[in-house]
Ligand binder design. Structure first.
Ligand SMILES: O=P(O)(O)OC[C@H]1O[C@](O)(COP(=O)(O)O)[C@@H](O)[C@@H]1O
Ligand SMILES: [Mg+2]
Ligand SMILES: [Mg+2]
Length: 334
């Protein structure tokens, strides 16, 4: 199969769909180049002295790993020159990061989780980067946090990189989901999967089962029925996976189906789960829906949620459409 590069794909998409103007293509290529740099840093491991904790906390109250900060800096420096970006927001930064001295103001907003799956960094398990692009409001003056608070349905681009046995970049610009594999010799992103599709049914689920005693009734019912397998109402056996790297779990689901859950639970009643809406749930929901899957917070489409805060958390149920619809229906059954 003749393989094309990321750049060739983006230019072709613009020709066919007029959805990727040159400034957006440039932005995507800058982020993709930053992911290559992050992949290189991750790959050094102990040899690069990038492992372990940074002895600092982020706005989420989480202890930061050195690679969380290194990855965040790589994305900031790569995009600082501005191009057509008005501002950035990151899991690792409390406030937004306006691009200085920009006139005219850039027309895009970039959000990212610079390193997802941080608990796996020191044990050599796949981790990644998640990113999302929104359009800035026309005629926007100095960008504020409020400019970022758009529902996920407004995203123009979403993607993630997985730093695993291969380094892959998975991307949607609204016309399906494509996967690019990093050719380390040439340093280029080469398309290896086109129009990825999630099967509507599955036999595989992903949840952190150590929290089972804290789950609310709909999740408990849904998981118990799967654990009952052929002896229960589902009439089939299920398999379980939990990598504790959302990017790796979602990449598996995009490749072979499955349902991923990070629900709210009774541990902290006013904390709606662990994952963040703006730079984890929204980009993953855009990708999953573009691949024929579904993504809800248990009540509604994640992409329909009107954000109120930049770092707000949200329960996540995503993956094979029929399974997400079933577990969501259990949340509506009184
Ligand atoms: O450790 P837990 O509670 O199983 O949570 C794992 C989840 O937390 C995350 O690591 C959160 O992301 P960060 O690592 O970017 O904070 C997800 O990637 C993963 O799905
Ligand atoms: Mg994350
Ligand atoms: Mg992170």
């Amino acid at each position: 199969m003749k393989r094309i590069s990321l750049t060739q794909y983006l230019i072709e998409e613009q020709r066919l769909h007029n959805t990727i103007p040159a400034e957006l293509r440039l932005l995507i290529e800058v982020v993709a180049r930053a992911c290559k740099t992050i992949s290189h840093a991750v790959g050094k491991g102990e040899l690069g002295e990038v492992m372990g904790s940074a002895e600092s906390e982020n706005v989420q109250g989480e202890v930061q790993k050195k690679l969380d900060i290194i990855s965040n800096d790589i994305l900031l420096e790569a995009n600082e020159w501005g191009g057509h970006l008005a501002a950035m927001a990151s899991e690792e930064m409390e406030t937004i990061h306006p691009i200085p001295n920009r006139y005219p103001m850039g027309e895009y907003l970039l959000l990212f989780d610079p390193l997802d799956g941080s608990s796996n960094i020191d044990v050599n398990v796949s981790i990644g980067t998640i990113f999302s692009v929104l359009k800035a409001a026309d005629g926007m003056q100095a960008p504020t946090e409020a400019d970022f608070l758009q529902p996920g349905s407004k995203q123009v681009v979403a993607g993630y990189a997985v730093y695993g046995p291969q380094t892959v970049l998975v991307l949607t610009t609204g016309n399906g989901v494509q996967c690019f594999t990093l050719d380390r010799e040439m340093g280029s992103w080469v398309m290896t999967q086109k129009n990825m599709q999630i099967p509507a049914d599955t036999k595989e689920f992903a949840i952190n089962a150590s929290n089972a005693r804290h789950w609310h009734a709909p999740v408990k019912r849904y998981v118990d029925e799967m654990l009952a397998g052929t002896t229960g109402p589902r009439g089939k056996d299920f398999n379980m996976r939990w990598i504790a790297s959302m990017v790796a779990d979602v990449h598996r689901i995009l490749n072979r189906g499955g349902v991923f859950m990070y629900p709210a639970d009774a541990r902290e009643p006013d904390k709606p789960g662990k994952l963040r809406l703006m730079y984890e749930a929204n980009p993953m929901a855009f990708l999953v829906e573009q691949a024929g899957g579904a993504a809800t917070d248990g009540q509604q489409r994640i992409l329909d949620i009107q954000p109120e805060k930049l770092h707000q958390r949200v329960p996540v149920f995503l993956g094979s459409k029929n399974e997400v619809e079933l577990v969501t229906s259990y949340h509506k059954t009184k």
